[in-house]
Design a protein. Sequence first.
Length: 252
Amino acid sequence: MDAAYPIEHGERTGESIILLHGGNVGGWMWEPQVERLAGRHLITPDAIGFNTRAAEAWSGLAGAADDVASIIRERAVGGRAHVVGLSMGAVIAVHLVARHPDLVRSCMVTGAMMLGVTGAQRRVAELQLRAWDRRWFWRMQAAMFRIPADAREQFISAGMGVSAQTAHAMYGEIFDGSMPEGRFDYTGPMLAIAGEREPRDVARAFPALVRAMPQTRTWVAPRMRHVWSIQDPDLFTQTIVDFVDRDAVPSA
């Protein structure tokens, strides 16, 4: 996997899908989905402060959402896109639909801890931030998230390339809870997913998402961990296709 993974894939026809990556990685994490979605127009940008944009200062979740909005206006067919976000990318996607609802055709988020991180999960995460620049920490992270062997070096390099300042600022926002206030103007399809084997803070945010967007549907993906786009790329990709093409959500 190349650090300079292309931002666009496929011909600019039909309806675009933009995939927003999790923290500590980059647009390259979506390679399994790009392979399985051949023939569609996909956009896989790096977020501000990450991977090829590690030198850029973190602009906050709102700023990151505005940056994605600019990319959609510039690169998506008709200036609108279906939005898929995982972890940090999911949180950014929620801010995107809150701030730029007119740009979003549909939105699917997984691993979105909108109400913050609590308990032991938070204490562990805060300890991890202290080891941010240690290679052993990133090797441990790669093993914990079951990153495939051929992608581990890319994962480690991308993680260590993120500045400690960006990491502390980004995680600080997410740890404290970043759910935008009030009812959103976005009325399009919305799907919020939690992996059955990921922290409870993800599903804990479901009611807040429903209050902000009553059309929100939720699903707990059986046996899935946080980064299930890699754990089961076929299921993850099929979930995208069903939602984008037919507004269909997996049954409980």
